[in-house]
Structure formats: structure tokens, C-alpha cells
Design a protein around this ligand. Structure first.
Ligand SMILES: *Cc1c(COP(=O)(O)O)cnc(C)c1O
Length: 392
């Protein structure tokens, strides 16, 4: 990739200069008084971004995957039943992690491109009169297919069924970018990582823990040591914390909160809508099956029959030094993805749309140069807001 070009991956995302500097600090004694305020500031910022008032935040030196493992092992017991939908690469991997931990996963299969099936979940919960299901897993934003699911509706279904299971949400590619409300949606455990909405390098697993999940930790029984949340509470690190990244997280949450979470969400929606209009102008479709499922952080674009989507990604990288996301799993050859989360503006998005057009035209796809750019330009002109200063 070329350092002058933004990247259009749905994680890791572009790194604001302010965060690159925040991570690049001299070695610090993490047992000294200097570290406490940095950690406290990062944790307080994360709680605000999560919309979590009563509860805790644990920050592990890991990635989002470690966050899944922390959520599951700290609150469940061997053989516990969990309910999950499989509709993309990340929901698939989270289910695999649960199974490797000996959990009994009731899987609802959905086509890739669909969201979490609230009605099927409601039926499974209603049928579970003995309350054997201990947790309901929701992948809020399926990064492989560009599909956002309705977390609040899943909670409403649980409430309607009078079901006491924990609600665990993978918010790795949604938190810090699109609407996410831990308290309001009754989310018991929320998982994310540093390299997506928080615009930092990879290296932190961030877990929000609500009161019900904290209580469940008392009776959980899966083996855990590195990921034991109890050792992390009260800001005590049982091992060496990545001080630079945590300082980065404190500054990152500051940038997001300064912009305002509503403004952050509106910016992501506006940019994503421009990308979607470009896709329509190309005569192509999204992997997301219906408009209301389309993610505001990543757009997965279906390529015409017989066109290997991977060629577009490889060609854009080789010819123009621009990174797009490739297809994953079941849609490996069929989609390429434009990530538009984190440090992203309308002007940056236009360069990505223009590059995708050049790459597709080079490869002989029936795309007219400028067609997607023009469609996005119209949308961006007509929905203009003041440029964001804070994320610079
Ligand atoms: C990126 C991602 C993950 C995995 O996170 P890592 O930090 O790569 O471990 C999990 N879930 C979703 C939805 C993601 O986008």
C-alpha cells in the first residue's frame, strides 16, 4: 500500500496522526502513579462510547477474538447452551470458539447477507421453557457481508419470552462508529477491539460488562487465566499492560466524544450512503439482502457472475496502492468490500470509489468511469455538514 492513500479495509482502519502520536510514548513504569490516570481515562471513555453506566470495562492485550473468549469463559459453564445465528464469517468464528470451549451451541442457519433472525430467536427462546439457554449471541455488524442486525429487537424478544439468558454482542465493527447502546438495549456483554471504530492499531480486546454479567462471573466455570475478568477489575493489571495503546484509547475516546457520538453515527451513515449510491450507479448490488440491513461501516459488493472479486482487490493494491477488503468464507470470490469506518470523510470515500472504478474498468467490468463518483458526489453535496476537525 502507499502511505499517501487511505485504506478501505473494515479494520484495521486509518490511523489519525493524533492517535499515532498518543501510542508512541516513552516506556513507563505501569506500577507508578503515572499509569493510573491514563487507564482510568481510557475506561471512562469506553464506558461512554458503549453507553454503559452501571458496569465495568476490561481491556486485554489481545484482539476482538480474545474479547469473545473473555465474554464466554467468564460467564458460562462447560456444556452450557447458547443460541446463535450463523450468517457470515464472524458469526461463524464466534460459534466455533464456543464449540471449542465445550459449549452446546443452538445454531440458526441464515443465508450470508441476512441478519440475525429475531423471529427464529423468539421461537427458540419461547420453546426453551426450562431456560437451558444461558446466553444469546448477536454479531451486531457482520463484517464479512456488510450486514447490521437489530440488537434491541433481540433483547425485546428475550423480554417477551421472559427469558433470563445473557445477551452477548460482538460489536467489533460497530462500536464507536454506528449506533450502540449497552444500557438502553440491555446488552450484558459487549466485545470490540482497538483497530476498528477506535482507529488504533490492533492489540486491545475491549469488553463491556453489565451488572448481570458481573453477577454471572460468580458462578461461571470455564477455565480461564489470561482472560479472567476478575483479575482486571479495579484497574489492576495482573500482567504488563500495553501502555501506549491504552494511552491511544484514552485519546481515541476523547476524539469520538468531542465529535459527539450522534455526529459520529451521522457521519458514518452519510458516507456509507454515498458508497451505496455508487454501487447502484455501477449496476451492482450489495451482499446485504435488503436496504435496511446495509451496514454503515462496510459495504460488501457482489461482483458479476464469473468475475473473481479477489482480482479486483489484488489489482487495486498492485496498480493503485489502495487496499479494499476481500471476500471471506462462503462469499470469498463473490464479493469485495469497501470499509468506510473510523477515520473517514466524504472526500476520502470519493477516492476509494474512484479507485474501485479504475480497477474494475481495467479488468473489463462494465463500469463507466465516474458514474459511482458522480452519484456519491451528488449525495455528499446535498447532505453536506461541517468537516470534522477533531479526528485530524
Ligand atoms: C474484526 C472482527 C472480529 C475479529 O476481531 P480481531 O480483532 O481480528 O480478533 C470479530 N468480529 C467482527 C464483527 C469483526 O469485524
Amino acid at each position: 500500500m502507499h502511505a499517501l492513500n487511505p485504506i478501505f479495509l473494515p479494520g484495521p482502519t486509518n490511523l489519525p496522526e493524533a492517535l499515532r502520536r498518543a501510542c508512541d510514548i516513552p516506556t513507563m513504569d505501569h506500577r507508578s502513579a503515572a499509569f493510573g490516570p491514563i487507564l482510568a481515562s481510557a475506561m471512562a471513555g469506553v464506558k461512554q462510547v458503549l453507553g454503559l453506566s452501571e458496569g465495568e470495562v476490561a481491556i486485554f492485550p489481545a484482539t476482538g477474538t480474545g474479547g469473545w473468549e473473555a465474554a464466554v469463559t467468564n460467564t458460562l459453564r462447560p456444556g452450557d447452551k447458547v443460541l446463535a445465528a450463523r450468517h457470515g464469517m464472524f458469526s461463524r468464528k464466534w460459534i466455533d470458539l464456543c464449540q471449542r470451549h465445550g459449549l452446546d451451541v443452538e445454531i440458526v442457519e441464515r443465508p450470508w447477507g441476512e441478519g440475525v433472525p429475531v423471529e427464529a430467536f423468539a421461537a427458540a427462546l419461547a420453546a426453551d421453557t426450562g431456560h437451558r439457554i444461558r446466553a444469546v449471541l448477536v454479531t451486531h455488524n457482520e463484517t464479512a457481508t456488510g450486514v447490521t442486525s437489530d440488537v434491541a429487537a433481540v433483547r425485546a424478544a428475550m423480554t417477551a419470552a421472559g427469558h433470563p439468558a445473557l445477551l452477548m454482542v460482538d460489536g467489533v465493527s460497530s462500536i464507536g462508529s454506528i449506533d450502540f447502546r449497552m444500557d438502553a438495549w440491555g446488552v450484558d456483554l459487549a466485545v470490540t477491539g482497538s483497530q476498528k471504530g477506535f482507529m488504533l492499531p490492533a492489540g486491545l480486546a475491549i469488553v463491556g460488562i453489565g451488572p448481570k454479567a458481573l453477577a454471572a462471573m460468580e458462578t461461571s466455570g470455564l477455565p480461564r487465566c489470561f482472560f479472567d475478568i476478575r483479575d482486571m477489575l479495579g484497574g489492576n493489571y495482573p500482567y504488563t499492560p500495553p501502555v501506549g495503546l491504552i494511552n491511544g484509547l484514552a485519546v481515541s475516546t476523547g476524539l469520538l466524544l468531542e465529535e459527539g457520538m450522534e455526529a459520529v453515527r451521522a457521519r458514518h451513515h452519510r458516507i456509507a450512503e454515498g458508497v451505496r449510491r455508487a454501487v447502484a450507479a455501477w449496476g451492482m448490488t450489495t451482499c446485504a439482502a435488503r436496504p435496511e440491513l446495509c451496514s454503515d461501516t462496510v459495504t460488501a459488493i457482489v461482483t458479476p457472475d464469473g468475475v473473481d472479486a479477489g482480482r479486483i482487490v489484488r489489482h487495486a493494491a498492485e496498480a493503485y496502492g489502495v487496499a479494499f477488503g476481500g471476500g471471506l468464507g462462503e462469499v470469498a470470490d463473490k464479493v469485495f468490500r469497501i470499509g468506510h469506518l473510523g477515520l473517514m470523510s466524504d472526500v476520502m470515500a470519493l477516492s476509494g470509489i474512484a479507485t474501485a472504478e479504475m480497477a474494475m474498468t481495467d479488468l473489463g467490468l462494465p463500469v463507466r468511469l465516474g458514474s459511482g463518483v458522480a452519484a456519491a458526489q451528488e449525495h455528499y453535496r446535498n447532505s453536506r455538514t461541517a468537516p470534522v476537525r477533531a479526528a485530524a
